[in-house]
Design a protein around this ligand. Sequence first.
Ligand code: CO
Ligand code: ZN
Length: 327
Amino acid sequence: MFNSELMKKLSDCFGPSGREKYIRELIIDEIKDYVDEISTDPLGNLIARKKGSGKKIMFSAHMDQIGLIVTHVDEKGFLRFTNVGGLKAKNLLGLHMVFANGLEGVICQEELKDKEKLTMGKLFLDVGVTDKEFVKQNFRVGDMCVFKSQYYETEDCVICKAADDRVGCYILIEALKNHPNTDNDVYYVFSVQEEVGCRGAKTAGYSINPDLAIAVDVTATGDTPDEIIMEVKLDGGAAIKIKDNSLIVHPEVKDMLTYLSEKNNIKYQYEILEFGGTDAGPIHLSREGVPSGVISIPTRNLHTSGEIFSKKDVEECIKLVRAAAGH
Ligand code: CO
Ligand code: ZN
């Protein structure tokens, strides 16, 4: 049964890269009764452990989401900004954004003759306030905001913001609550700052020093009109990564995830992503190297305010995480 209440909470929680306090607190609250140890490292990664005497397995899903950061508040009370993570100017026009304090704004553009020339510098946030003093007092350089959009579910799918990677967090939370009976020493990591270059995973991988690491993150699909050519599709099952720009999955890890899927009747598909990376990128290069893989959730419309994934795929991913934790 899909836990809509949990997924909605995770999607709605404020937490752009470097500002993961609220989402970390939410996840701690959700998992604290199910773990043997729980800690937050100096960068802010949340590390939950199910102790064992066997091999050390690290799972990683990132807590942070993409957003915008205020660079300048002008005399008229408009805010200039730049991106935190992968956002393009042309996708931002008209979007509603929300700050940590609950205040909102809408993204507008300067008058442009050539729409093709739209850059981040030609956009500004209108916070709908005519009192310039109020704007000065409530919006400062360095404040971050994220998409504001309504969480929505159909029978099959979820449409929401920050599915990247709150759906990965959801999968780890659900797997952790149903942790398999095993001797393995399992670390469930909720990492910070993935969207700006997998920075949290780098230090978490170093400190945990696992025998095996598996990132759980979203991936693109090739199943929409005029899409990139890609095998992955919604309802195709858990996507076992083979390659992206940050990692060539260790053949033994790929084979193990395939074997576990077939043995446990888990629907799966192979994934090659021709751009981007995940937490497994820096983790597999940690110390003398860590055999690493990725379980991906097929997701349409990545890095927009309406990312779409299938609830069935999520169930298959949870099963595969549990199988890997117990293997
Ligand atoms: Co992302
Ligand atoms: Zn991600």
